[in-house]
Ligand binder design. Structure first.
Ligand code: DX5
Ligand code: ZN
Length: 221
């Protein structure tokens, strides 16, 4: 298992001060920046597009991890990569042919990831495992920040970790939804490597203290 990476989701940031917020989490020790893209079709919420990612890219040096929750990733993923996304995650139900979408993301120069909703079995995405650099395990149903963590997904995270380790696949395990300093150790122990946290970081008074607490919580288990 790789060393843990913390990826604050800017969905819970103060958008009137987005540059400051990004630079503050970066200075506080964030490893990646998670960007939640929602189109009001695949999920009942609308967030941000490639224009914002272009500006995000200009104010940070850490990897930009774009989570596409949109019905047409084949059409829009290229725009996000052009805007500077290092990582693109797609949901399998939004792709006519997930492996073709993942290959295209690679051709355009980004890393590719497949997202697994809480009610989706790993079997549904196993045929993608030779085409991805990361699997994104959702611990909430996508659509909104600030939802409660679904602990039943932990078993599935252990399962995917087992498959990756047994087959020695070069795939990172990212976990997203409802993660805070009080449950991060369970996610890490189940095999999570890239830990997304939106409200768990941006809704706390000191990002540096929170990220420090998160790393400490993991070390103590
Ligand atoms: C959910 C998003 C998550 C979310 C994380 O649709 O994919 O990335 O914003 O936010 P918290 O940590 O607040 O659940
Ligand atoms: Zn996300």
């Amino acid at each position: 298992m790789q060393s843990m990476k913390i990826a604050p989701s800017i969905l819970s940031a103060d958008f009137s001060r987005l540059k400051d917020e990004i630079q503050a989490v970066e200075a506080a020790g964030a490893d990646w920046l998670h960007v939640d893209v929602m189109d009001g079709h695949f999920v009942p919420n609308i967030t941000i597009g490639p224009v914002v990612v272009e500006w995000v890219r200009k104010v940070t040096t850490i990897p930009v991890d774009v989570h596409l929750m949109i019905t047409d990733p084949d059409k829009y993923a290229p725009d996000f990569i052009k805007a500077g996304a290092d990582w693109i995650s797609v949901h399998p139900d939004t792709c006519e042919n997930p492996n073709a979408t993942l290959n295209r993301i690679h051709e355009l120069g980004a890393k590719a990831s497949i997202a697994v909703n809480p009610d989706v079995a790993l079997k549904r995405v196993e045929s993608c495992f030779n085409h991805i650099d990361m699997v994104l395990m959702m611990t909430v149903f996508p659509g909104f920040g600030g939802q409660a963590f679904i602990p039943e997904v932990l078993a599935k995270i252990e399962e995917v970790r087992g498959i990756i380790d047994r087959r020695k696949l070069p795939i990172l395990v990212e976990v997203d939804g409802g993660i805070k300093s009080d449950n991060i150790s369970r996610v890490r122990n189940a095999g999570g490597e890239v830990i997304v946290s939106g409200s768990g970081i941006f809704k706390t008074p000191s990002y540096a203290d929170t990220i420090r607490q998160m790393r400490q919580a993991v070390r103590q288990t």
